[in-house]
Design a protein around this ligand. Structure first.
Ligand code: CP
Ligand code: NVA
Length: 307
């Protein structure tokens, strides 16, 4: 049976832990995996722009001995030129796996439903599981014992935040989310994460001010205030989110050696200052690098030869 990676909730705690161990090995012993996807082709269907996801998947597939075919918005025009089910069924006859970046989360679910090859979510409006996996792997590299640490997410309760909630809940990491009123993560994601947290002991708290959320935190994380597809709300959001910027003052409320994280792309001077991105607390480019390693581990798990 094929396995998809659409949400962090598709993985058990022990699968996440084995993907992390695989990530460590893939990162350390690049050559060992040079044939893991030999002869395999992965299609990347992207409805939205991307730097990290596209490049890290294309490079990752190549480093594993496979090849990638990039299909941008103008190539496929998902759901417009032809139905998602026809795209999924057709691609399954040519390729061994599909990475999809979509607007509507239903598109990536439908691709997974109709494709006979594994589908990986490379970001939808609802979730960004590859990001969350690489992020928590990055934290684990820096803070060996992650269970019980305090992870403060400041900003929009968006796709990245949703997947981070899922993975923190699974791994017993306490999460404080601070957003302006009306921009907290959506209720169903919160309920789902709290249910998982109930089993692992993680605590999830929602705040409407940034200072309370970051107090004594081990990690401070933010993302853009305006995600792809929301560009017409940009001016309004800049005003609404202005007290949720990660700046030197906010960072000073967290633990002294706290990690500062951002999935990128960043708008310097909006959700985070230049000074904080470049500070010694920032592990932002380590996160970006770990996208490559973590996704290679996921591809080996879903698409590699069973030995
Ligand atoms: N963080 C991330 O997914 O970046 P891209 O949008 O550039 O892929
Ligand atoms: N929340 C952002 C993440 C980009 C990687 C967006 O969806 O645009």
């Amino acid at each position: 049976m094929k396995k998809d990676f659409i949400s962090i909730t598709d993985l058990t705690i022990s699968e996440i832990s084995s993907v992390f161990s695989q990530t460590v090995d893939v990162k350390k012993n690049k050559k060992k995996y040079a044939k893991s996807l030999l002869g395999k082709t992965i299609a990347l269907i992207f409805q939205k722009p991307s730097l990290r996801t596209r490049v890290s998947f294309e490079v990752g597939v190549k480093q594993l001995g496979g090849s990638a075919v990039y299909l941008g918005r103008e190539d496929v025009n998902l759901g417009v030129r032809e139905s998602i089910s026809d795209v999924a069924k057709t691609l399954s006859r040519y390729v061994d796996g599909i990475v999809a970046r979509t607007f509507d989360h239903k598109y990536v679910l439908d691709l997974a439903r109709y494709a006979t090859v594994p589908v990986i979510n490379g970001l939808s409006d609802l979730l960004h599981p590859c990001q969350a996996l690489a992020d928590i792997f990055t934290i684990q590299e820096k803070i060996k014992q992650i269970k019980g640490t305090v992870f403060a997410y400041v900003g929009d309760g968006n796709n990245v935040c949703n997947s981070l909630l899922h993975i923190c809940a699974k791994l017993g990491i306490n999460v404080n989310v601070a957003s302006p009123m009306g921009y907290s993560p959506q209720d169903d994601i919160l309920a789902q994460s709290r249910k998982i947290a109930g089993e692992t002991g993680a605590k999830i708290n929602i705040f409407f001010d940034a200072s309370s959320a970051v107090k004594d935190a081990d990690v401070i994380y933010t993302d853009v205030w305006t995600s792809m597809g929301q560009e017409q709300e940009r001016e309004k959001r800049i005003e609404i989110f202005k007290d949720f910027q990660i700046n030197k003052n906010l960072v000073s409320l967290a633990k002294k050696d706290c990690l500062v994280m951002h999935c990128l792309p960043a708008h310097r001077g909006e959700e985070i200052t230049e000074e904080v991105i470049e500070s010694k607390n920032s592990v932002i480019f380590d996160q970006a690098e770990n996208r490559l390693h973590a996704q290679k581990a996921i591809m080996i798990k879903l698409l590699g030869e069973k030995r």
